[in-house]
Write a protein that binds this ligand. Structure first.
Ligand code: PFF
Length: 547
């Protein structure tokens, strides 16, 4: 163990660093998406309950465990137990989680650098707005565009002759040519849904797509239509092209890991605290600006209405586990990040108030993120179907460009994503570094280099294939974090001496009842809730594997 431990310079230093860890891609990317999927309203309420009954008690316990022991996640358990205990494996699980999470987190953070640059460079400006014809030389885009044109054409009135020809091409039955038109109309209605696939089967689809495209071009709103249709196609293919360029994705991943390495190796005060003290206020300011911008755009306030009332019909069996898993992820709990940051606290720090600040700020920012993103989705009638990734990197950028000051807004937005991700990534790296420093007696520089290098390598599969990323994400969010959180709650609620936690309340003159409520929740309610949800999640996982 190092002889002299560094400390945060004060309360603000800790709160900004810890909320920097909590506020990240989880708030900007995941929360708005899962809230949308689960219908807002009631889901938000469930999430807030998870934060209050599970997140907050574990946050207090985790920070306290760090502060009391002044040790890394593994050593902290030994210190409090006054001997080597089996609970140290909870710490090892935590350090492993940090590895797993940072390996894919850093890849996604890298995307935000690419998009900050893309939205400043000509990539976004030229194609969708003026030169869609140029884009039509790309085979994939032409195909997607033709499909969109075809789908739209089927919603427009068609002449009887057109209907007959389409049916003839789709069904390739000679009798169709002689059929009376009322029967043709009947048949067309019946087959309408299958037409695209039937035409594809008969290799007639391209002919008809081109026919409709030509027909469409005579209409007055053609340019507007092309623009609207090509926009999402263009945007998704741009994103897919980028993701396929794995050397570039890996390069950004390397750059993110190098920035983290630079900050973390500079130490707690000079590295992490200095960076987060500058970045967090900037992040808050940017988010506030973007939220006001979105709210002004949404005259009917549909975005806010969705957040408050939403569509409870969209809730499903997995909504509660999803809300709970996310509570762990967004608050950086269950894996020793808060414990590690807590271990650099001064002995007179107020754990309870700091935990309340961090939890409150993170929750507030998650809600602000929704108010920033939902209005844009509603105003432009978007359906964020392609996952959380879809909202941030395919639909949103182009929508941002529709504002007259989009060229300012879009880069600002991606810089915001980058900042939020970076302050979280730093904390993940710090978990591994503190572990190597405290348990293996390495100096900070060496520990940072080893940890960052190893995480970079582990992240390469996620950089090469975006679908691979699902595994470390699901493994950490659904299993490792809730399990880690549960064991921390059990350890602090049942194994550690009660007075350790009680003193944190007494020293700062919190009323006795507040400790009693907290302690009871930590001992019984939190573990019971996590266990129930955990069993549910595992049985779902088994079901999925079996089927
Ligand atoms: N809390 C971060 C977010 O919401 O994006 C993610 C995270 C950071 C999870 C650090 C865990 C952690 F230790």
């Amino acid at each position: 163990m190092s002889q002299k431990r560094e400390h945060w310079s004060g309360k603000l230093g800790f709160i900004l660093a810890a909320s920097g860890s909590a506020v990240g891609l989880g708030n900007l990317w995941k929360f708005p998406y899962i809230t949308w999927q689960n219908g807002g309203g009631l889901f938000v309420l469930i999430y807030l309950l998870c934060i209050l009954l599970i997140g907050l008690p574990i946050m207090i316990a985790e920070i306290a465990l760090g502060k009391i022991s002044s040790r890394d996640p593994v050593g902290a358990f030994d210190f409090v137990s006054k001997r080597k205990t089996r609970f140290r494996y909870v710490g090892i699980l935590g350090v492993l989680s940090a590895f797993v999470i940072l390996s894919f987190y850093s890849v996604v953070a890298g995307w935000s650098i690419e998009y900050s640059i893309k939205s400043i460079s000509s990539d976004f400006k030229s194609i969708p707005y003026e030169s869609y014809k140029e884009a039509l030389t790309d085979d994939r885009k032409v195909k997607a565009l033709q499909k969109a044109v075809f789908e739209e054409a089927l919603t427009q009135p068609l002449t009887d002759i057109e209907k007959r020809e389409i049916l003839h091409a789709a069904l390739s039955q000679k009798t169709i040519q002689q059929m009376p038109f009322d029967e043709i109309n009947e048949l067309f209605k019946k087959e309408k849904k299958n037409l695209i696939s039937l035409l594809k089967e008969n290799k007639q689809i391209e002919t008809w797509q081109n026919y409709f495209l030509a027909k469409r071009s005579k209409r007055k709103d053609f340019n507007e239509f092309m623009h609207k249709t090509l926009l999402p196609v263009y945007s998704s293919s741009l994103f897919a092209d980028f993701l396929n360029n794995w050397p570039k994705v890996s390069l950004w991943h390397l750059i993110i890991m190098s920035i983290c390495l630079l900050i973390v190796s500079s130490g707690i005060k000079k590295g992490i605290e200095k960076t987060t003290k500058f970045l967090m206020p900037l992040l808050l300011l940017l988010m506030f600006f973007m939220m006001i911008n979105s709210l002004m755009l949404d005259k009917e306030q549909e975005g806010v209405k969705f957040l408050l009332f939403g569509d409870p019909g969209k809730l499903h069996g997995l909504s509660i586990p999803e809300a709970m898993g996310h509570a762990f992820f967004t608050l950086s709990l269950g894996m020793g990040a808060m414990l590690t940051y807590g271990s650099y606290m001064k002995k007179d720090s107020d754990v309870v108030s700091d935990a309340l600040w961090v939890t409150g700020l993170d929750t507030l920012i998650a809600l602000i993120a929704c108010m920033m993103i939902f209005p844009i989705i509603f105003v432009y009638g978007l359906e964020p179907t392609s996952g959380g990734i879809g909202i941030l990197f395919t639909t949103l950028p182009l929508e941002l460009f529709k504002f007259s000051y989009g060229y300012l807004l879009a880069p600002l937005f991606y810089i915001l994503v980058f900042l939020a991700a970076l302050t979280s990534a730093i904390s993940l790296l710090e978990v591994a570094v503190t572990y190597l420093k405290d348990e293996w007696n390495l100096d900070r520089d060496k520990a940072s280099l080893i940890a960052a290098g190893a995480i970079f390598l582990v992240g390469i599969p996620s950089a090469i294939s975006v679908s691979f990323m699902e595994y470390p994400d699901a493994l950490s969010t659904n299993i490792m974090l809730p399990l880690g959180g549960l064991l921390i709650a059990i350890f602090m609620g049942h194994k550690a001496e009660k007075t350790l936690l009680e003193n944190e309340f007494i020293k700062h003159k919190y009323p006795k009842w507040s400790f009693d409520v907290f302690y009871f929740t930590l001992r019984y309610i939190t573990p019971a809730l996590v266990t129930i949800v955990f069993i549910f999640l595992l049985s779902d996982l088994v079901k999925k594997i079996v089927s």
